[in-house]
Design a protein around this ligand. Structure first.
Ligand SMILES: [Zn+2]
Length: 68
């Protein structure tokens, strides 16, 4: 499955399916009842814009199904 990432260096978006989920602590529920995934996503291949292997928090991810 492809995810959409945003390069923090160039602020450009790109699609990649070459990533892995690290530090997955599962789904957490905050005091308002909102569920968030407490995990980090690390690129397995370098960013096409700056060549770095970015690590994103799951909260920063843009869901490919909700992206406009
Ligand atoms: Zn980048």
């Amino acid at each position: 499955m492809k995810f959409i990432f945003v390069c923090p260096e160039n602020n450009k978006t790109f699609e990649s399916e070459d990533f892995e989920i690290i530090e997955n602590k599962g789904v957490r529920t905050d005091q308002y009842g909102n569920k968030t995934l407490d995990a980090k996503v690390a690129l397995s291949s370098p960013c096409p814009f700056c060549g770095k292997k970015h690590i994103f928090h799951a909260n920063e991810m843009i869901c490919p199904f909700s992206a406009v």
